[in-house]
Design a protein around this ligand. Structure first.
Ligand code: ZN
Length: 455
């Protein structure tokens, strides 16, 4: 009895030490004093205290937990695709301590408050990391947007092309114009999937050909949509966020507008930075996403933009589906669900590819922590190791290599394009709200996550 009381006390108050804590964008020696789910104090040296347990991580990196602002979880309604339990376990193993979930894949889709409440209920007792939500805009729910915002969504997401989910139809300019004043009133971001379809695409002969799939979603679909997004941003002076940029041809127009307004933001995703179209085999729709993974030359320009601080943050866009939906047997890119499964590996993937490109951890880590926190309005509470902040922390060994295999994957479905990749950099420990949930890369504690509502 006595020992369990002690362990409960220690769970609430303890010390984390490393020679390399990521504080104020630098790696410095420090001891973090965790108390009541928060970082109570930071001592700039090794500071043992007799009554508190002292977790000595020597020279491993101690950093703020990753905030993934772009995740599809599919529950309720499509929990055979992915669910809160499996997704947030994968997140914890990957050092992701907070994630924000997209509105389209659940059934019902999150386009009104009732559906939002149903989703929150579906997440109950299944959150192993913190989880918040976006609401969605479709052609018919403009009148529900204000209530969704009041109920605590972090932004409103819309598609400018078919979303892949029939209950979540794409919107047009007029729908965005209708809700722009509401977004402006609450200073909440409009997140846009930027592809605008036209018929200036080649006819498809072989649906198993990656080249043909790539050419079916050309760069100009993205740039046309980006122009529309910028137009709306400028006209209403609202926050507009371009999700998952893949087309390098969009970079110049985005950067030009970003110079005029900080309200335009843009993200890209690990898969656009890690894979190249040239290496994707035919009949391998596990690599299918929309917009597609483009050629190496294009991706080099995404990297250049990333290294020049052109992206506001990086998000996984984890969007898995069962093997049948991914058409893994048929190999048909056109029938397959478009979405990459990779939530668990974001940091390792980005560090593996980024180090080769000369990217420092000092540059990479804020793109996964401080910057998404800022985007979400959580910058006073999450995304940094700072006094008074939530004790969402992970411990990272940037030298350790591992091979991705089904046995280590916590996602509901084990198929992922990262399978068999050798990645450099491994999450060793994860703390969520001051509770150690991952120890030595194994889950040890469940349900430490909280529901995040935008206030
Ligand atoms: Zn997405």
């Amino acid at each position: 009895m006595k020992s369990s009381i002690i362990s409960e006390i220690n769970m609430k108050e303890f010390l984390i030490y490393s020679k390399r804590c990521f504080i104020n964008n630098q790696f410095i020696e420090a001891t973090l004093h965790i108390q009541n789910q928060k970082i109570f104090k930071i001592y700039p040296f090794k500071n043992r205290m007799e009554e508190l347990s002292f977790l000595d991580y020597t020279d491993l990196i101690v950093m703020p937990g990753i905030i993934d602002a772009h995740v599809h979880i599919n529950e309720p309604g499509r929990e055979d695709w992915e669910g809160f339990d499996t997704a947030t376990k994968a997140a914890a193993i990957g050092g992701v301590t907070s994630l924000i979930e997209m509105p389209l894949n659940a059934s019902p889709v999150t386009t009104n408050v009732d559906a939002f409440i149903i989703k929150q209920q579906a997440a109950e007792n299944k959150l192993h990391v913190n989880c918040g939500f976006y609401g969605g805009i479709t052609p018919t729910n403009a009148n529900a947007i204000e209530d969704l915002i009041k109920a605590g969504v972090f932004g409103i997401k819309g598609f400018l092309t078919h979303s892949g989910i029939d209950e979540f139809p794409n919107i047009h300019k007029e729908h965005l114009e209708e809700i722009a004043p509401i977004l402006k009133k609450y200073d909440l971001p409009l997140l846009l999937h930027c592809e605008l379809e036209d018929d200036k695409v080649p006819k498809v002969d072989n649906p198993k050909s990656y080249r043909e799939y790539l050419h079916s979603r050309p760069q100009h679909w993205e740039t046309n949509a980006i122009e529309l997004a910028i137009d709306i941003q400028q006209k209403f002076d609202i926050r507009v966020h371009i999700v998952h940029l893949s087309a390098s041809e969009g970079i110049a127009i985005i950067n030009q507008q970003k110079k005029k307004s900080a309200k335009l933001t843009v993200e890209t995703c690990p898969h656009y930075l890690f894979f190249n179209a040239e290496e994707i085999p035919d009949a391998a729709p596990i690599f299918k996403c929309a917009p597609p993974i483009r050629e190496k030359q294009n991706n080099n320009l995404l990297w250049e933009n990333l290294l020049n601080d052109g992206f506001n943050f990086l998000g996984s866009d984890h969007s898995p589906a069962p093997p049948e939906r991914k058409q893994l047997e048929s190999g048909d890119f056109f029938k397959a669900w478009g979405g990459i499964s990779g939530l668990q590996f974001t940091l390792s993937v980005l560090w593996t590819a980024g180090e080769k490109r000369g990217m420092s951890l000092e540059k990479l880590l804020p793109l996964l922590t401080e910057n998404p926190a800022k985007f979400l309005g959580l910058e006073k509470q999450k995304g940094k190791l700072s006094k008074g902040f939530d004790a969402d922390i992970c411990v990272f060994n940037e030298q350790e290599k591992f091979t991705v295999s089904e046995g280590i994957i916590e996602h509901k479905h084990k198929a992922t394009p990262y399978n068999r990749e050798i990645l450099k950099g491994k999450i060793i420990h994860t703390f969520v709200n001051g509770v150690q949930v991952v120890k030595d890369s194994e889950l040890i504690e469940l349900n430490a996550g909280k529901l995040l509502l935008k206030t």
